[in-house]
Ligand binder design. Sequence first.
Ligand code: PBG
Length: 327
Amino acid sequence: MAAYHKHRMRRLRNNAAIRKMTRETLVTVDDFIYPIFVTYGKDVQDSIEAMPGIFRVSIDNLNKEVRNAYDLGIQSVLLFGIPEAKDSFGSDSYNPNGIIQLAIKEIRNTTPNILIITDVCMCEYTDHGHCGITENGAVNNDKTLDILSKIAVSHVEAGSDIVAPSAMMDGQVAAIRSSLDQNGYVDSPIMAYSAKYASGFYGPFREAAMSAPSYGDRQTYQLDKANIREAMEEIRLDVEEGADIIMVKPALSYLDVISAARNRFALPIASYNVSGEYSMIKAAAQNGWIDERRIALEILTSIKRAGADMIITYYAKEAAQWLSKTN
Ligand code: PBG
């Protein structure tokens, strides 16, 4: 008797009920974090060419955007700010009346129960577009830490629930943790962009956030696409420095990194299904080449299956609607 007579794997695939009962990975709306771009000005709702369905909104239009997500069951948003004025020190990033601080307050007032996560970085605020303070064309790590700490404190002061440092400076989690603690914010968690790769997949985001570096690239601070051991070391250091949630970014080309991190670390893992990953599906779908719903849900499932606990995704709203129809 051949082995397959005893073990016929198809027995558990025979109908929808049995397939559901034996399904290993479940994607739900609770997993989603929805990124929102907030910009200066009045009554702005600019579409972003490479990201159909995603907009840059001004503060007076923010409430509508957040409400809409919240009403679909999304419990958490990740905010990016585009300031009116940029300078070489990114000083608007920690201005108590800066774009992101005002956005946080607006959401707190209008949708008080939604979880607000804020990106802590300088690239949207600097005129050169780099993620830190530059000197002779290079990013100075330790001077940048002071600014990142100020940004984080200003976000929490405004009402942010979780700060998410994404600048990939060494020691940024420790610096932010200690500043938050000194200011009494011992209960504010840090979601660390621990393993953030220098990736071509961020292209559409940089259009959306107007944050492309004006010279050079980010390879002196973001990870090399070829490296996974180095990613484990970045994560280990962030855990030691006091990260509460660790992140792998991008998601799709780095599922092995998510999986390795899942096996090694106990902390919750977030993964960022980034702009380029979204644009590729949208573009192919608009051409009628793929089944958008099917492929988007397949990718979200794969990120979860690899080991992510939460997914930052521009598909959050659409996926929430699709999931509520199938379940
Ligand atoms: C800021 C930041 C970036 C993204 C998130 N935070 C851009 C970058 O590092 O250039 C990318 C997100 C996306 O592509 O969706 N440092």
